[in-house]
Structures are given as C-alpha cells and as structure tokens.
Design a protein around this ligand. Structure first.
Ligand SMILES: [Zn+2]
Length: 199
C-alpha cells in the first residue's frame, strides 16, 4: 500500500485527525500523540500510543512489526507546537528511531507520518523523509470530521506570528532559527525509546 491509498482511507483519516485534535495544538497543555495504523479484520484500524509529553512520546513495544496481534502498516505522531523552539519537520531522533527499529521493517510497513501545523512528513523505513503535503488536506474534508468546529485551531495566524513560513509552507530563514534554538535549548536525544521534537 502506498501512503496516498492509506491516507484516503476514511478510518485512517478520522484517526489521524482525532490524534491531532487530542494533542491540543498550541494550547497550554499541547502534547504529542501518536499511534499505529494496523491491518484489522475489517480493514485499517488505529491503535493509539499512550499519551505523550510536551515534546516527546514513547512507542509501545511492537515485536515483529505487530501490535495486539495485528500487522503494523504505518506509525504516526504529532508535532503540536508551532512556536519558536520546536521542530515542525521530523527531528534527527525521529528519523533514527524509525530507521534503526528492526521491528518497523515489516514487508507492508510504509513508514511514520509526522503531523505538524502546516505540513505532514513521512519517514520511510530506510530513513528518507518526504514532505507529503498540507496537513489540513490530509485530514480530508472538514464536513467529514466528527468534531466540534469551534475547537479548530487557527494555525495560519499562529504560525505567521511565531514561526513564519511562506504561502507554500516552506520554511523561511526565521523558521530556520527556530530549529537552531530548539537544538540549543533542549540538547540532543538522550533516550532510546523517547522521541523528542527538540532533540
Ligand atoms: Zn517527532
């Protein structure tokens, strides 16, 4: 399965959107959320990870690229901070955790999605990272999301203020400074099972 097919699955879209919403983007208690997309009896299903912290989340064990007896097709986590000092794109630690994980090398595993405010990235099993498009577009039409519209984030205005990108979502030089600030502020990764936005 390619990522386009996976992202067009309604159960997957809803699951991605719910994880993003649950991570309370840019709220005071914004935190990472994540999970696996697995092959269930009736089609693709989402198995969520335990709730993450401010800028990191741990991955439950998944021996043989399976969890709860089901084959893992993809994994995902959110980057719910648009502010200065936080990565939007996958961190070096994020990439290494996918590339070096022998249990994320199933024949049908396509990689790990990382959702940020503007863009969504896909880390391939071999560690390649690609920008696969606007996050809002991947979640599908708004009318299909079973959520309270009033809670929807206004990422454009926040991003424009805190971590500028141009209209195509490309990083500006100022966003580049955000990245360096993140490295300086939080240091390098310090735990095998922990993912950090800022390490
Ligand atoms: Zn991350």
């Amino acid at each position: 399965m390619d990522w386009q097919t996976l992202c067009n699955d309604e159960a997957v879209r809803r699951g991605f959107w719910k994880a993003w919403k649950d991570s309370q983007p840019d709220a005071d208690n914004a935190h990472e959320e994540g999970g696996f997309v697995v092959a269930g009896d009736q089609g693709l299903e989402i198995v969520r990870w335990p709730v993450g912290d401010l800028h990191e989340i741990s991955t439950p064990s998944h021996a043989g690229c399976k969890i709860e007896g089901k084959e893992i097709i993809a994994s995902f986590h959110t980057h719910p901070h648009s502010g200065r000092g936080y990565f939007q794109e996958p961190s070096v630690a994020d990439v290494k955790l996918v590339r070096n994980d022998a249990d994320l090398k199933g024949a049908n595993y396509i990689g790990e999605f990382v959702f940020s405010f503007a863009r969504t990235y896909l880390i391939s099993p071999d560690g390649q990272v690609q920008d696969i498009g606007r996050t809002a577009a991947l979640f599908g039409p708004k009318e299909n999301r079973n959520v309270d519209q009033s809670t929807e984030f206004d990422h454009r205005s926040r991003r424009a203020f805190r971590c500028p990108r141009n209209d195509d979502g490309q990083r500006t030089s100022q966003a580049g400074r955000c990245r360096r600030a993140a490295i300086g502020r939080y240091g390098l990764a310090n735990g095998r099972r922990w993912r950090s936005l800022a390490s």
